[in-house]
Design a protein around this ligand. Structure first.
Ligand SMILES: Nc1nc2c(ncn2[C@@H]2O[C@H](COP(=O)(O)OP(=O)(O)OP(=O)(O)O)[C@@H](O)[C@H]2O)c(=O)[nH]1
Length: 238
């Protein structure tokens, strides 16, 4: 896995020759991404959304992060199934007052990571509320993954693994795992598994479209959220 920040900033074309010395050689330009995917992280305040994103993209963990205001994002390039994918991860604020802003980012997400804190029952009790947002704003075919974060805090656990599993089982196609951003447990797995599931589901034709989109968009990402989506049919539950 390789984040190649130079490429992520949209640097393309041939690199200049390395100067000096007799062993002049050309640097290989990075292979462009085959396509790009957007993934959104949602869940209540303080569950560790930013921490999971930063652990995955920057390999860092912050003990006292600031609460996210609105939406933030990071980009990481990953290689899976022989494809190079430019993954854009949207980290949303957990505070309800930002819902009108964050909801605008749901529709373009091909994957949704819904996070709760295993040491805070109220964040688990909030899950139906978040699923309502998903049903209303997200694309019908977005891959869903439920994550019980902070599993390093076993002594403070309020929600069992079984409870998490049972919640996920009620939602068609939703996967489940527990993780720890602090201990870097299951963090790569969350994002790579989600991307893998998205790729498996993606028809060849769509991949071609994504490919041409990503070739056209080797430039900074738009700061403006996409238009609000039409309401999603409330049929996720079995
Ligand atoms: N012990 C432990 N603490 C964690 C873990 N992940 C995050 N935290 C802590 O939980 C607090 C909140 O983490 P954030 O990543 O800011 O949570 P958030 O969901 O992005 O919060 P909002 O932006 O307010 O919605 C911080 O103090 C983190 O250090 C974890 O896996 N284990």
């Amino acid at each position: 896995m390789d984040s190649r920040p130079g490429y992520d900033r949209g640097m393309g074309g041939e690199s200049p020759a390395v100067s000096g010395g007799q062993n002049r050689r050309r640097k290989q330009p990075p292979r462009p991404a085959d396509f790009k995917l957007q993934v959104i992280i949602i869940g209540s305040r303080g569950v560790g959304k930013t921490s999971l994103m930063e652990r995955f993209t920057d390999r860092t963990f912050c003990e006292a992060c600031k609460s996210t205001v609105g939406v933030d994002f990071k980009i990481k390039t990953v290689e899976l199934r022989g494809k190079k994918i430019r993954l854009q991860i949207w980290d949303t604020a957990g505070q309800e007052r930002f819902n009108s802003i964050t909801s605008a980012y749901y529709r373009s997400a091909k994957g949704i990571v819904l996070v709760y804190d295993i040491t805070k029952k109220e964040t688990f009790d909030d899950l139906p509320k978040w699923m309502k947002m998903v049903d209303k704003y997200a694309s019908e075919d977005a891959e869903l993954l439920l994550v019980g974060n902070k599993m390093d805090c076993e002594l403070d656990r309020e929600i069992s693994r079984l409870q998490g599993e049972k919640f996920a089982q009620q939602i068609t196609g939703m996967r489940f795992c527990e993780a720890s951003a602090k201990d870097n447990f299951n963090v790569d797995e969350i994002f790579l598994k989600l991307v893998d599931d998205i790729l498996k589901k993606m028809p060849l034709e769509m991949m071609r479209n994504e490919l041409s989109n990503s070739i056209l968009s080797l430039q900074p990402e738009p700061e403006i959220p996409p238009e609000l989506p039409p309401p999603r049919a409330p049929v996720r539950c079995c």
